[in-house]
Design a protein around this ligand. Structure first.
Ligand SMILES: Cc1cc2nc3c(=O)[nH]c(=O)nc-3n(C[C@H](O)[C@H](O)[C@H](O)COP(=O)(O)OP(=O)(O)OC[C@H]3O[C@@H](n4cnc5c(N)ncnc54)[C@H](O)[C@@H]3O)c2cc1C
Length: 397
């Protein structure tokens, strides 16, 4: 191939926009088609672990993300009822330990920084992909309005219900994980001053846990409350519900939490799904990226992080093998699949340990966390050095 390959990305979420930026930075003509009429994100936060920050550094947007995000010194892990501090994991030292900080950020702010860095990418909004066709030297994305986008490579960054994935490997439903969560967002000024919301905090109790952390330079507090339940199975990020549901589910939990919840004006509920790690991500000239390839539970805070890492590695593989795109896609999936698979399975394991029902099992777990925090060589309560210390730049040389 003598001209630079043209790449089409289906989906303009965090993964799709990160991929557009990574490809654009390497000089490829890139087009994104997004089904929504605007590039937008739901009103929720996202925790970015050091590996995510290093991937954003590779994309040249780390500084913008740091300005928009929040860095707290500790992750406090507290017991659901008494409020006893189980562990105070020092996050402030992650920069020294892992090479980048841990940040919490509003999803819309992250998308804004990524989108703002795009210069040459062609963006098609209200462009819903309904299918993919392979061609001898490329592929075509068919859109709902009857138009088509032809490219040398098509990337399905279209989330957990990916149309691209279905066309490549057939229909298979994501797996309901048995967990649901409620999500709220409170204005910092509305929260009673005596509740510590400046630090990222995780409350662990029987059959559930709750996470809250500051976003938007500390102006907002993102709250996500998880429980084991099969009472609700709709996988929607925008189903609104009543505060009373949350209060009922957490009756008996610590009063700080019960005083925090009413400060969110809206509550949404989510059923959490993931997928078994697939055997392949690519077929012909089409590949997957982000949740379409590796939807996972959010308990290691790696879904967006993995999507951004994918973006960097995909662009590097295409740049290295621009004359042989089949090899480029093979290289991409071989480099990414083992790590993404470990994150999917590791997140499932966290669900089990986060939600232990037996008081004795919880006591043992809490003692283990406290010991790890003080004496552990890994320096992370959840033994996540293998995730956090990964600098995607090492894959790009
Ligand atoms: C409760 C919860 C908390 C989380 N917390 C964290 C966290 O702290 N840290 C972290 O790293 N990750 C977290 N995640 C995971 C993270 O949000 C996802 O992994 C990430 O958003 C995946 O990005 P994506 O671009 O692959 O998919 P999505 O964000 O789902 O984006 C897909 C995009 O494709 C578009 N699209 C879909 N179908 C089509 C189509 N047919 N045609 C055109 N466009 C289409 C959609 O409109 C959307 O814009 C969390 C997830 C949940 C549920």
């Amino acid at each position: 191939m003598t001209r630079a390959p043209r790449i089409a990305i289906v989906g303009g979420g965090i993964g799709g926009v990160a991929a557009a930026l990574a490809l654009e930075r390497r000089g490829f003509a890139t087009v994104v088609c997004e089904q929504s009429p605007a590039l937008s994100e739901i009103g929720a936060g996202v925790n970015l672990t050091p590996n995510a920050l290093m991937a954003l550094r590779a994309l040249g947007v780390e500084d913008g993300v740091v300005v928009a995000g929040c860095e707290s010194d500790f992750l406090m892990i507290r017991s659901w009822k008494s409020g006893r501090v189980i562990s105070r994991m020092r996050r402030g030292s992650f920069r020294q330990q892992f090479g980048a900080p841990n940040l919490t950020i509003h999803r819309a702010d992250l998308l804004h920084v990524l989108h703002g860095a795009l210069k040459t990418t062609e963006l098609h909004l209200a462009a819903r992909c309904i299918g993919i066709e392979q061609r001898p030297r490329g592929a075509v994305a068919r859109l709902a309005d009857g138009s088509e986008i032809e490219a040398d490579v098509i990337v399905g960054a279209d989330g957990i219900h990916s149309v691209v994935r279905k066309d490549l490997f057939g229909a298979d439903a994501p797996r309901f994980t048995g967990c649901i969560c409620w999500r709220g967002m409170a204005a910092r000024d509305a929260v009673p001053q005596d509740i510590n919301v400046a630090e990222g905090t995780m409350w662990m109790g029987p059959h559930g846990h709750v996470v809250h952390y500051p976003v938007r330079r500390g102006e907002l507090i993102n709250i996500v409350a998880h429980v084991d339940s099969d009472a609700w199975t709709e996988e929607s990020w925008t189903s609104e519900c009543d505060l009373s549901e949350v209060m009922t589910a957490y009756a008996g939990w610590h009063r700080d939490l019960l005083r925090l919840y009413p400060n969110s004006e809206r509550w949404y509920k989510w059923a959490l799904y993931d997928r078994d790690p697939p055997a392949r991500w690519s077929k012909g000239r089409v590949t997957l990226l982000g949740d379409s390839a590796h939807a996972m539970l959010p308990y290691l805070a790696q879904g967006a992080a993995m999507a951004i890492e994918d973006a960097c590695v995909l662009a590097a593989a295409i740049a290295r093998h621009a004359d042989d795109l089949d090899t480029a896609l093979l290289t991409y999936e071989q480099r990414r699949m083992p790590r993404a698979r470990a994150a999917v399975l590791g997140s499932r394991e966290r669900a089990r340990e986060n939600h232990l029902a037996s008081p004795w099992a919880r006591l043992k777990r809490d003692a283990k966390f406290a010991l790890r925090e003080r004496f552990g060589r890994d320096k992370t309560v959840f033994q996540t050095r293998w995730l956090y210390s990964y600098d995607v730049a090492s894959e790009l040389r």
